[in-house]
Design a protein around this ligand. Sequence first.
Ligand SMILES: Nc1nc2c(ncn2[C@@H]2O[C@H](COP(=O)(O)OP(=O)(O)OP(=O)(O)O)[C@@H](O)[C@H]2O)c(=O)[nH]1
Ligand SMILES: [Mg+2]
Length: 336
Amino acid sequence: MFRDECELEVCGGRGGDGAVSFRREKFAPWGGPDGGTGGDGGSVVLVASSSVNSLLRVGRRPIYEAEHGRPGGPRNRSGSNGADCPVLVPVGTQIYDAERGHLLRDLLRPDERCVVAAGGRGGRGNKCFASAVQQAPRKSEAGQPGEARRLRLELKLIAEVGLVGLPNAGKSTFLASVSQATPKIADYPFTTLSPEVGIAAVGDSEALVVADLPGLIAGAAEGAGLGHRFLKHVERCSVLLHLIDVSVEATVEPLEALRVVERELEEYSPELAKRPRLLVATKCEDEAAEGRARELERGAGRPVQRISAVIGSGVRELLAEAYALARSAAGTLPGP
Ligand SMILES: Nc1nc2c(ncn2[C@@H]2O[C@H](COP(=O)(O)OP(=O)(O)OP(=O)(O)O)[C@@H](O)[C@H]2O)c(=O)[nH]1
Ligand SMILES: [Mg+2]
């Protein structure tokens, strides 16, 4: 199962209290103060990890608490610090303050960390309060409480190329043919229920991260089908590949398919609708399909790339073009 949103509470550990103590030794009956300082509380730290790809697990636990610091002791012994509480989240997780709603941080790279609830400082022991006029202080500090807050996490996948199109257009088949990803493929609509990412090799040494999305249908903006919910995952893609089935089995005419998806992208976000896009005619294996691809090209007024993921034609060329476009578009977008 896939989950791309969750709320949780995070709470830093409390600092340990400072100690009040005096040195007592056989030949030093009035030894000075020697109460040690308390340890600092641990912090809750979110860590972006490439081995996690959903917020499902993180969202199962409602509260994350780090360990408290230990109190200071006699003979100047400091308390030990509380251990941090690391929480692994997928790369691409955005951290929001749930109460005020603002973005705290966007974790874009593996191993990037963000302290979301700092532990409290340990209190000072009475040794720290000794002065020329107060040589035997009985004063010490209490440890500070740790920070506590409610967070909302939202995952937006990080991919350079996003696949959009009607259900059954052949998006998952394309992803499976260019990467190691193993999305579910079948000849009924809405086979793909959650986004999936794969890494496609381009040439000998380059790679392109490709995200496969559930299909869009007319009225997705109003919640039809799986709705717009997953389009946020292509917000960070620098290039979209719009896949259109041109085989004779297609239930929607190619030009109509183009219009439906364009309209839904526009409804979701005008900014996303302006994203560089390649039109791709899929399942282009015979003369009839080629004829429909030409028709689509004429109607759209733009070039259309032909592929067949099953026989492998045009796939390499399409990847190379997507790669070049992604590189030239990178940097003009928010995100990495
Ligand atoms: N002949 C042929 N069939 C294809 C090709 N690509 C995909 N198909 C078939 O088309 C059907 C749908 O393919 P999917 O890859 O599941 O389509 P999708 O766009 O991911 O569909 P959703 O996940 O439902 O949105 C499957 O039966 C595939 O075998 C192709 O290049 N040639
Ligand atoms: Mg699919």
